[in-house]
Ligand binder design. Structure first.
Ligand code: UDP
Length: 331
């Protein structure tokens, strides 16, 4: 198949590109490199089944041209990461909603199948774990910028289902805290990336709040597997799926695990939320999916235990931090 991946130079998108190329498909990546990185896809340069375009997913004529040439669109391009969202909620809403509308309108016009990457964030601060796909969602006030992301992704899901009602072939996956090689250690993307790079540099591991908040960390190969299944199975049409691990881990325990696995002597420190995000912040305290639906309809089963996934990720960060340090020294 000819496949378009928006956001394909990003952390999940580039792993998806690797997988689809390995399966024999042709892949075109659209990415504006705002958080994606050319290095994530550079190893495919020269592959005749691979091409990439630098551009904005809101550029409707560009998106329409690329969609027309493909069979399936994986739409991952978005402003993601609580830090990015809190810093610039306007860009989050504009890119996430404008980009998705551009992709869906083009796919509808050309009758192409779409996989939309949504987020566990849509469940908001609901404490009724495990979260099921049809559950109510509980979001905070609109004055709190964090919720802009959840609202943008939920609105995107509404767009998907509204187009589905008109005949578009579309499926939605809600990712639960994906982690793995190529995450951005500098920043806002993921607590796993932050803790690993802090541990490897000998810096304190910064646990926000009391660290009792939980997440279900999902290794990227499992994230990709769920994504591919949802994009290709007939049973997935018009459906949303939780894609992730269902092992709930407290952030404090994650910090301990990473410190042990890296052999680091970094201290673990607690940082109040307001020091990081300012006064107007709310946390999602517990987050755990029910993956019954993905199991039943997609045969999805997370396969990589947290310790093993963390070891792979740590190894990648060790190599990458060395390369980055060498580049910085040369430069
Ligand atoms: N977190 C933390 N220290 C950090 C970064 C994040 O304790 O340096 C916490 C954050 O408050 C949240 C969890 O780790 O409870 C996961 O954060 P992340 O940004 O990875 O994703 P989220 O699930 O919040 O979207």
């Amino acid at each position: 198949m000819d496949i378009l991946i928006t956001g394909g130079a990003g952390y999940i998108g580039s792993h998806l590109a690797d997988r689809l190329l390995a399966d024999g498909h042709s892949v075109v990546v659209l990415d504006d490199l705002s958080t994606g990185r050319f290095e994530n896809i550079a190893h495919h340069q020269g592959n005749p089944r691979f091409a990439w375009v630098q551009g904005d997913v809101r550029d409707a004529p560009l998106v329409a041209r690329l969609v027309e040439r493909c069979d399936v669109v994986f739409h991952l391009a978005a402003v993601v990461g609580v830090g990015h969202v809190v810093r610039d909620p306007l860009r989050c809403v504009q890119v996430n909603v404008g980009g998705t509308e551009a992709v869906l309108a083009a796919a509808f016009a050309h009758r192409r199948r779409v996989l939309f990457a949504s987020s566990s964030e849509v469940y908001g601060k609901s404490d009724r774990v495990p979260f099921r796909e049809e559950d109510d969602r509980i979001l905070g006030a609109t004055r709190i910028p964090r919720w802009a992301y959840a609202v943008s992704k939920a609105l995107d899901e509404h767009l998907c289902f509204a187009y589905a009602d008109r005949g578009l072939e579309v499926s939605v996956v809600r990712y639960f805290n994906s982690y793995g090689p190529r995450m951005d250690g500098r920043g806002y993307g993921s607590v796993v990336a932050r803790f690993i790079s802090q541990a490897l540099k000998g810096e304190p591991l910064t646990v926000y709040g009391d660290g009792q908040q939980t997440r279900c960390f999902t290794y990227v190969s499992d994230t990709v597997e769920g994504t591919v299944r949802a994009a290709t199975r007939t049973e997935a049409l018009g459906q949303a799926f939780n894609i992730g691990s269902d092992r709930e881990v407290a952030v404090r325990d994650l910090a301990e695990m990473i410190r042990t696995l890296t052999g680091s002597s970094s201290p673990i420190v607690q940082v109040p939320y307001e020091e990081v995000f300012g006064r107007q912040f709310e946390e999602a305290v517990r987050r755990r999916p029910s993956i019954d639906k993905a199991r039943r309809l997609l045969g999805f089963e997370p396969a990589v235990p947290l310790e093993e996934g963390l070891k792979h990720t740590i190894r990648w960060f060790e190599r990458n931090l060395t390369a980055e340090t060498q580049r910085a020294q040369k430069g």
